[in-house]
Design a protein around this ligand. Structure first.
Ligand code: HEM
Length: 546
């Protein structure tokens, strides 16, 4: 058959003919693209699209800043459109218009390179396949929920306190003799802290990235184990900052500049997958050894995330589910577990690191908020300022929680939230055919004066005192963790992690920005990534009573 087709190509074809044919095909493609554009349903305002890529702005590096500009230009009516990677997308900028799309389950159309990256049917966040997603979601949600259960939470608090004690000792060690303050890049430290913490929650063995980073700063020898931990961080960083290349159309993946970037991202992911799969294999061996040791009882143990993922739907499952759909009742494979671990480390860790750094940034710009936060911490730890922060302390730290929400409102770490509608849907007063992609622009909604008084001001009280809650607030004007079936499964864990870490930092140190004029130093792809946050730590000398 192939030979037959080759015979149809004239033998005396010259390079010039091939070039002309190429130009002709390109011309036809462009004609078709603009024909479709000018005859599209419900034309909306938005930037004029460029065939295949949509806009050159997606290659400029700061996608979030681009959306911020577009919101100012086209967002007034609550909905506008743009083309990204050849695909028309409808951007929603008013809270009233998002309810109908939140119940949809798929995030993006399956026409980019996600299958090349083996992410289209793996994990949760980028999974397109409903059945695979549902299976992963049920097991991952249950495993992650047990980490914040009454049974596990004392362990969770303990490890965060212990890691913080270690990290703060490193900070003190970095203090120059003649200085009163310690200057650090908090983004670099927080990224490593959350990585070591997440590793512990996953396997009950921490990684060693904070230790590595301290030694690196002191020019001291680092061990092979530390370097391996650090490579983990590099893998996460690389994916977070370059992942837009996983969404580009297949048609252009071979173009010179793009080919290289796709290859680098692929190499990065393969080495990351290998590391994760090695962790799963080691844990399986450990579990098998425990099972062979007959007196091991999973019911009486506080299980780490990975053990829960491995033993769910096996005879050792401590909480076997009855009457569930048979397609959901099998155990996970190693590759599936690797998929959800990828989410925990990439999505879970990075959102938490960004949010933590944004809190420090906004609190430093608002001395009254800082004072009130410290007053709250003092009132809770008056008995002993050095004791471990526990889950029951966190319940009393209401102002701290309001600060986290306000930081996320003003600068959400997930500012673009997409839904793909695989059936016709009415959105923003327009009837849309199936196969449309909608983007909820959370940063625009969170900062709209339609829902928030003085939206540019950092006022935690909005989320705190009953009388201070914004009166005209729409129920979807602040979706910190999303909504509907794809709501963030790590939301409870994230709040515990953040409240504990913020309390530990402000209890021990006063925090100031090195440069009060500098804007937040972030890089955005489809995720936001904090590059650097230089702060001054002023030790409180633990005189919390005075
Ligand atoms: C401050 C920290 C966090 C923020 C602001 C955040 C926010 C979000 C948001 C907005 C979504 C999208 C929800 C939607 O589409 O409706 C999401 C999804 C997700 N988050 Fe979080 N998250 C945080 C921490 C975590 C943590 C700690 C984990 C796990 C360890 C986690 C795991 C996930 C996963 C797996 C998804 C995808 C869920 C799905 O598609 O079914 N997140 N998160």
């Amino acid at each position: 058959m192939k030979m037959g087709l080759l015979h149809l190509i004239p033998r005396d074809l010259k390079p010039a003919d091939i070039f002309i044919a190429f130009l002709f095909m390109t011309f036809l493609y462009i004609l078709h693209f603009y024909y479709k554009h000018f005859t599209r349903v419900n034309p909306l305002p938005g930037p004029f699209p460029i065939p295949l890529i949509g806009s050159f702005d997606i290659f400029k590096g700061d996608i979030d800043a681009w959306f911020y500009r577009l919101n100012k230009e086209y967002g007034h009516e609550g909905v506008y459109e743009l083309t990204i990677a050849g695909k028309r997308q409808i951007v929603i900028t008013h809270a009233e218009h998002i309810e109908s799309i939140l119940r949809h389950v798929t995030r993006t159309a399956n026409d980019g390179l996600l299958d090349l990256f083996d992410l289209d049917k793996k994990g949760l966040a980028l999974n397109h396949d409903y059945n695979h997603w549902k299976f992963n979601r049920r097991i991952f949600s249950q495993a992650i929920m047990s980490l914040t259960s009454l049974n596990y939470s004392p362990k969770l608090s303990k490890i965060e306190n212990v890691l913080f004690d270690e990290m703060s000792k490193y900070w003190i060690d970095l203090k120059q003799k003649h200085e009163d303050v310690i200057i650090i890049d908090m983004a670099a430290w927080a990224r490593r802290f959350i990585c070591d913490f997440t590793s512990y929650l996953t396997t009950e063995k921490r990684s060693n990235t904070i230790h590595y980073y301290h030694r690196k700063l002191k020019n001291e020898v680092v061990t092979k184990e530390m370097i391996e931990s650090e490579e983990f961080i590099e893998n996460i960083k690389f994916f977070v900052s370059d992942n837009q290349f996983a969404f580009i159309p297949k048609l252009i993946k071979g173009l010179p500049f793009i080919k290289n970037r796709v290859k680098r991202l692929l190499d990065n992911n393969h080495s990351f997958y290998k590391r994760l799969e090695e962790i799963v294999r080691k844990k399986r061996k450990e579990i098998e050894k425990n099972i062979n040791n007959n007196d091991y009882d999973f019911k009486s143990k506080q299980l780490d995330l990975l053990t829960s993922l491995i033993i769910t739907n096996t005879p050792h499952d401590p909480q076997p589910q009855k009457n569930i759909d048979p397609s959901l009742s099998r155990p996970m494979t190693d590759a599936e577990i690797r998929g959800v671990l990828f989410d925990a480390f990439v999505i879970g860790a990075d959102t938490t690191v960004n949010t933590f750094c944004f809190v420090l940034y906004y609190v430093s710009h608002n001395p009254n908020v800082k004072k009130k936060l410290f007053e709250e911490i003092k009132s809770v730890f008056n008995d002993d300022p050095n004791r471990h922060v526990t889950i029951s302390d966190l319940e009393k730290l209401k102002y701290c929680e309001a600060i986290i929400k306000e930081a996320v409102r003003i600068r959400p770490t997930v500012s673009l939230n997409t839904r793909y509608c695989n059936q016709p849907e009415e959105v923003a007063g327009y009837k849309w055919p199936k196969d449309m992609i909608f983007i909820m622009y959370s940063r625009g909604i969170n900062n709209s004066s339609l829902y928030w008084e003085n939206p540019e001001k950092f006022i935690p009280e909005r989320h705190y005192e009953p009388q201070g809650v914004e009166k005209q607030q729409h129920k979807n004007s602040f979706l910190m963790f999303g909504k509907g079936p794809r709501l963030c499964p790590g939301r409870k864990l994230a709040m515990v992690e953040l409240k504990t870490l913020i309390t530990l930092v402000y209890r021990k140190f006063d925090v100031e920005l090195v440069d009060m004029q500098a804007p937040l130093n972030v890089e955005t792809s489809t995720f936001t990534f904090i590059k650097e946050l230089n702060i001054k730590l002023i030790p409180r000398e633990l005189k919390i009573h005075s």
